[in-house]
Design a binder for this molecule. Structure first.
Ligand SMILES: Cc1cc2nc3c(=O)[nH]c(=O)nc-3n(C[C@H](O)[C@H](O)[C@H](O)COP(=O)(O)OP(=O)(O)OC[C@H]3O[C@@H](n4cnc5c(N)ncnc54)[C@H](O)[C@@H]3O)c2cc1C
Length: 558
């Protein structure tokens, strides 16, 4: 039996765990960071992420003439997340999530934006406008989203973010007080006299058991939407049908299996809002999978036609960038629970993108010239790679040939060439009408293009069946799991709460494990970027509370 002792144990070396460890080192604490994964994966999902953070009223927004405020952001957040007025009352299931939302929007400028700048993180100058909401009077009755662009992308993507923090840890003057143990799978918590006092598990290589002891333990082990997907299926939201679609892909962490959620529950911690998953509709299978059912999440091209399994246009037409959850709801209601996007080479070059660091190399590797060329000339290398390797992509020289290719890929003759010709012909006629078109997709595209961040990446008027833009392309898209919006319930100090709302002594939860704060601070929908932001913010709050609760270590020179 291996034994470790420390002032604080942090379980999980993702973004939340790293931030917590950094803050604790700053305050002269000894930290033991345990992670099941290998050392090269320090940073967890954040390292793979695109690195977009929701920040409110920043100098970058003001430079673009955008007027934002915590009040406006909170109103957007509460509406989009579906918070009701009674959530201000203690005891309401969304009381803690709402408290977290309020504090996040008030603190993001100082605690996220300036905190990150001070640690060497830089942002792209133009905030992007994601999750705009479907707008008043939308057929789906969906709520408002971001009133202004707030999604601030880190120069270097999520890799740039975690690299900067990893460097801070490695070069920390108190580096000697940080012990990193990888390949350590934590399986349960240890309690002493009613307080959490450590954890136990096994070393992956060899299976040797270990115990770790400390008066304070932080769960930073991520969400429940990855692993073998059994938890994502078990907590499937009824808005998306009785069961998750058969083709569900994994877009989360391979170890996001809820082990630490169950461990928290075993010592009395409350789990809340687990059905509030944040999944995406544009999933395709990864052609170099690193985990079972490994999926990639497309940024679904706005000028593509979004069709169901039979090749019929989904109505009202789906357009990404307004309400991610609504896209999932609409696709899950279609036969087979998957969809097709039909486009052509010209649209793909301008609009096709895959979320995350892996397929955005110019931003990830901080190559400004490459980034500018990708925008100016289109993602030629990405299209080439997808056409060469993706098993979800079909190309053709005509619509009849495309329908045949779609049927061959799916192994069923579901798409009729005549239907495909009709829907494409109808849409192309709408494109030809220009600004006079009443087609909702055309109107949404015009709306998107009013913001320069989108104008750069959305075609103005692109027909699908354009002989000058061939080949025609069809992409088969599955629902892909991503974030757990719910999780372990916490108060504003990130302390895990028991059934009566009392803190469980010695136990904290941060990041996705805690639903990014409070057990689900986003509510039903996230404005995007509040995930990475919530990891940093909840970890900072946990560290501050721990430091305040045991002021035993006088701050001397390192
Ligand atoms: C491709 C992609 C793009 C994304 N883009 C964005 C974006 O632009 N903006 C945004 O806000 N969010 C984004 N996200 C989401 C965001 O990256 C995550 O929500 C966030 O990084 C979660 O961080 P975490 O530290 O809470 O958990 P994780 O990153 O999941 O880290 C948890 C750690 O705990 C370890 N662990 C798990 N179980 C155990 C165990 N039993 N014992 C020991 N260790 C364990 C894991 O190995 C892992 O290292 C994206 C995610 C992906 C995958």
């Amino acid at each position: 039996m291996r034994r470790h002792d420390s002032d604080v144990i942090v379980i999980g070396g993702g973004l939340a765990g790293m931030v917590c460890a950094l803050q604790l080192l700053d305050a002269n604490r000894r930290v033991l960071l345990l992670d099941r994964d290998a050392p090269e994966h320090l940073g967890g999902l954040a390292k793979e992420s695109f690195g977009g953070l929701l920040l409110v009223d920043t100098p970058l927004q003001r430079r673009q003439g955008l007027k934002d405020s915590p009040e406006l952001a909170l109103a957007d957040w509460l509406a989009f997340g579906g918070f009701d007025a009674a959530s201000t009352q203690a005891g309401h299931p969304c009381y803690w999530p709402r408290q977290w939302a309020e504090h996040y929007v008030n603190d993001s400028l100082e605690h996220l934006y300036h905190w990150l700048l001070a640690r060497g993180v830089k942002f792209l100058p133009l905030p992007l406008w994601v999750e705009r909401g479907m707008g008043a009077g939308s057929p789906q009755g969906a709520p408002r989203g971001n009133s202004v662009p707030r999604w601030h992308v880190v120069w270097g993507t999520g890799k740039g973010l975690t690299d900067a923090l990893a460097a801070q840890l490695e070069r920390h003057p108190r580096r000697g007080q940080l012990t990193l143990q990888f390949g350590h799978r934590v399986e349960g918590l240890i309690t002493t006299a009613g307080a959490v006092s450590g954890c136990q598990g096994v070393v992956e290589a060899g299976g040797e058991p270990f115990e770790a002891h400390a008066p304070q333990v932080v769960i930073a082990a991520g969400g429940i939407n990855g692993g073998d997907l059994s938890q994502a299926r078990r907590h499937w939201h009824p808005d998306w049908g009785a069961e998750a679609p058969e083709g569900l892909l994994n877009g989360s962490h391979r170890y996001a299996d809820g082990t630490l959620h169950r461990a928290a529950e075993a010592v009395g911690g409350q789990l809340t809002h687990l059905r509030n998953q944040w999944n995406y509709a544009g999933g395709i299978a990864h052609w170099r999978p690193r985990k079972p059912r490994h999926g990639l999440s497309l940024v679904p091209p706005r000028s593509a036609l979004w069709l169901n399994a039979r090749g019929e246009r989904i109505v009202p037409p789906l357009v990404s960038g307004f309400d991610t959850r609504d896209l999932v709801t609409q696709v899950c209601a279609q036969p087979g629970g998957y969809s097709w996007q039909v486009l052509n080479r010209k649209i793909a070059l301008k609009e096709l993108a895959i979320s995350g660091a892996e397929f955005n190399p110019s931003v990830r590797d901080k190559r400004m010239l490459g980034f500018v060329l990708d925008i100016a000339l289109g993602n030629r290398w990405l299209l080439k790679e997808m056409l060469a390797h993706s098993t979800d992509v079909v190309t053709a020289g005509s619509l009849d040939e495309l329908a045949a290719g779609m049927n061959a890929l799916q192994g069923q003759a579901e798409v009729s060439a005549q239907t495909l010709r009709e829907v494409v012909g109808h849409y192309d006629a709408e494109v030809a009408k220009g600004a006079a078109s009443q087609d909702p997709q055309r109107q949404r595209i015009a709306q998107l293009r009013r913001w320069k961040g989108d104008r750069l990446r959305v075609c103005e008027a692109a027909r699908i069946d354009d002989p000058g833009a061939r080949p025609l392309i069809a992409i088969r898209e599955q629902i892909i799991s991503r974030k757990s919006l719910g999780g372990i319930q916490t108060n504003l100090s990130s302390q895990v709460l028991g059934a009566a709302g009392e803190p469980i002594a010695g136990l904290y939860a941060v990041g996705e494990a805690a639903g990014f704060g409070g057990g689900g601070m986003n509510g039903l929908r996230g404005l995007e970027g509040s995930f990475l932001g919530g990891c940093i913010y909840s970890a900072q709050r946990a560290a501050r509370a721990m430091i305040a609760s045991i002021p035993t270590q006088p701050l001397g020179p390192p």
